[in-house]
Design a protein around this ligand. Structure first.
Ligand code: OAD
Length: 261
């Protein structure tokens, strides 16, 4: 396990990761905000993170939306201005290729930017929802987020203020997404945990659930997390936009060399 040398990927670790990816029967990825940083979307924690500027319990709590929706929209506007024009980066693209190569059955993402789907990944479970949609808590109508460009805070045809279609603090994860994610985690024989601090439950329970079912866990992050060295079998230290394309390249050369007579 390479915990010490920052930004140096040991070739042996890379080779092990490629070997495990090449032989897995049910690969799953769990992704977080670090994966979209190279697309210009800030992470939540750490230096420059969104929660440094906005207290999530004030600005991203369901009670805030119910009692002071204008306040919640103050932060939402700033985020949507970044998310809506953002483009997928090399990490998203690498995961699309892995799915096409049948190395990934599914992506469970905590990200609300919708970039996995924009990139072309097909089987994506959006654990915390998607900011590209707005929802009315009064009549359940949904709209594309572009509506906020016309009025902020945006309103539903029924008159109620719309909420970004994401899970706010104090809200439950939608039960279908929770159950499907747990089912994927318990079937997985390989889990790629990429760009997440792994501190927000219940998403942070997914690697533990997978591990308890005998899954091999590969973690990719420039920083260590509570999983590193305890739950992760392999830690590839560095940015996902560099490491995931390396894994794809390795998988492609392995496939080509396996085909050579
Ligand atoms: P965090 O902001 O908690 O963590 C981001 C992680 O990305 C950190 O571990 C960084 O070290 C890592 N990171 C930074 N740059 C990276 C890069 N280039 N490549 C890979 N990793 C990098 O974000 P999440 O773990 O996604 O929930 O946060 C989980 C949840 O907490 C979010 O979905 C959000 C937040 O509160 C809700 O809003 C419900």
């Amino acid at each position: 396990m390479s915990l010490v040398t920052p930004m140096v990927i040991f070739q042996g670790d890379l080779a092990t990761a490629i070997h495990e990816l090449a032989k897995c029967k049910h690969g799953v990825a769990l992704t977080g905000a670090g994966l979209s940083l190279a697309s210009g979307i800030p992470t939540f924690r750490g230096k420059g993170g969104l929660w440094e500027k906005y207290d999530p319990l004030v600005y991203a709590h369901i009670q805030c939306f119910l009692h002071e929706p204008e306040k919640l929209w103050q932060m939402q506007k700033e985020l949507l201005d970044v998310i809506l024009p953002a483009k997928p980066n090399k990490a998203h693209e690498a995961l699309v290729t892995m799915e096409r190569m049948k190395r990934l059955a599914c992506i469970i993402t905590q990200n609300v930017d919708g970039l996995h789907t924009v990139a072309g990944s097909l089987n994506v479970l959006e654990f915390h929802g998607n900011k590209r949609r707005l929802v009315c808590l009064n009549c359940s109508n949904r709209y594309p987020s572009e509506r906020y460009l016309e009025q902020c805070p945006p309103r539903c045809e029924c008159g109620a203020i719309l909420k970004p279609d994401v899970v706010l603090f104090g809200e439950q994860i939608p039960i279908d997404v929770l159950m499907r994610s747990r089912s994927e985690a318990s079937q997985a024989d390989l889990l790629l945990v990429a760009g997440t601090s792994a501190v927000v439950s219940p998403a942070s329970d997914i690697p533990i659930l997978a591990k308890n079912s005998g899954c091999f866990i590969i973690e990719i992050n420039p920083e260590i997390t509570p999983l590193t060295g305890y739950v992760s079998d392999l830690f590839l230290q560095g940015p996902t936009e560099e490491i995931l394309p390396m894994l794809v390249e390795g998988l492609q050369s392995k496939t080509n060399s396996d085909r050579t007579p």
